[in-house]
Design a protein around this ligand. Structure first.
Ligand code: IPM
Ligand code: MG
Length: 356
């Protein structure tokens, strides 16, 4: 089993180091190959997603990804920005199905900014369509060159678009995921304003007829944002487009105490996947040893389960994370009085110890 390891920028290298420690402690037969991506790759090769990195990712069973981005690249041409690396990987590998679970560990109920009773036992699965929508439309603006020059016009636009097959396949993923959970799907759209999302709603309803055992409801995205903080436990599986999923998954993450806890999986039709924490590169805290490695460690567990067919190893990692939380170990993002503040490395070491 071959894994491409792409740590990226900011805290990416620190958190991926801890996840690798955990993977190595499992004694599985894994081949790990590391490559540059994002700003780090731009500095070394002049491009955030060098051809060699893309080829490595395509030739691997799975990609373990850290994070990309830094404000210092904000003025670059858009195709050279670090974020294009992750978008390019998603597009080139066809990773259309993004799983972002938001689970509130009982040990962290107090770390949430919401009242404990609203989040205790929370277990939501956000399924975000990842290769369509406005993020992959046709952009025009000041950082996009057309015919070698930048249009200096005083307007910019991006096009929002979905095709029937793109919606059908993500809808099937959502209904099938719901069949393994509490058999409820909420499809989030903006059908009251956008044609793209009226189409989305219609197609999801059509696909839903093939899953009579799953209850489907529809919610506008603004209302969904409100309901997420009002009564988050009412949700089970949420399926939505690329942009709404981007926004709602950050909000859902925070319900659980810290976005530093949340893993994600992005899969293609062959179950090849890219696994990354739901959070970003956090350049403001990079190199200080304060980043929470648990989201990346839990992403490695998802990788073992979804792409490498090692469900027992995945469960061992998840149990070890549960143990270190019960031991009261906390990186600063999940710290509360009475618990024990640890560094990124100490947290990784503790997970390894708990595994054994
Ligand atoms: C995410 C991130 C990315 C996205 C950025 C870094 C391009 O915010 O994975 O949610 O918008 O998809
Ligand atoms: Mg995001």
């Amino acid at each position: 089993m071959k894994i491409a390891v792409l740590p990226g920028d900011g805290i990416g290298t620190e958190i991926v180091t801890e996840a690798l420690k955990v993977l190595k402690a499992l004694d599985l037969n894994l081949t790990l190959e590391t490559a540059l991506v994002g700003g780090a790759a731009f500095e070394a090769h002049g491009h955030p997603l060098p051809e060699s990195t893309l080829q490595l990712a395509m030739a691997s069973d799975a990609v373990l990804f850290g994070a990309v981005g830094d404000w210092k690249y904000d003025t670059l041409d858009r195709p050279l920005r670090p974020e294009q690396a992750i978008l390019g990987l998603r597009k080139n590998l066809g990773l259309f199905a993004n799983f972002r679970p938001a689970i509130c560990y009982k040990q962290l109920t107090d770390a949430s900014s919401l009242k404990p009773e609203l989040v205790a036992g929370l277990d939501i699965l956000i399924i975000r369509e990842l290769t369509g929508d406005i993020y992959f439309g046709q952009p025009r603006g000041r950082r996009i060159a057309t015919d070698g020059h930048f249009p200096g016009s005083e307007e910019a636009f991006d096009t929002m678009r979905y095709s029937r097959p793109e919606i059908e396949r993500i809808a099937h993923i959502a209904f099938q995921a719901a069949q393994k959970r509490s058999k409820r799907v909420t499809s989030v759209d903006k059908a009251n304003v956008l044609e793209t999302f009226q189409f989305w709603k219609d197609i999801v309803s059509e696909v839903g007829k093939q899953y009579p055992d799953v209850a489907l409801d529809h919610m506008y995205v603004d209302n969904a944002a409100m309901q997420l903080v009002k009564a988050p436990k009412k949700f089970d599986v949420v399926v939505t487009g690329n942009m709404f999923g981007d926004i709602l998954s950050d909000a859902a993450a925070m319900l659980t105490g810290s976005i530093g806890m949340l893993p994600s999986a992005s899969l293609n039709a062959k179950n090849q996947g890219l696994y990354e924490p739901s959070h970003g590169s956090a350049p403001d805290i990079a190199g200080q040893g304060v980043a929470n490695p648990l989201a990346t460690i839990l992403s490695a567990a998802m990788m073992l389960r979804f792409s490498l067919n090692q469900p027992e190893a995945a469960s061992r990692i998840e149990a070890a994370v549960d143990t270190v939380l019960s031991q009261g170990l906390r990186t600063p993002d999940i710290y509360s009085p009475g618990t024990n503040k640890v560094s990124t490395r100490e947290m990784g070491d503790a997970v390894v110890k708990a595994l054994k």
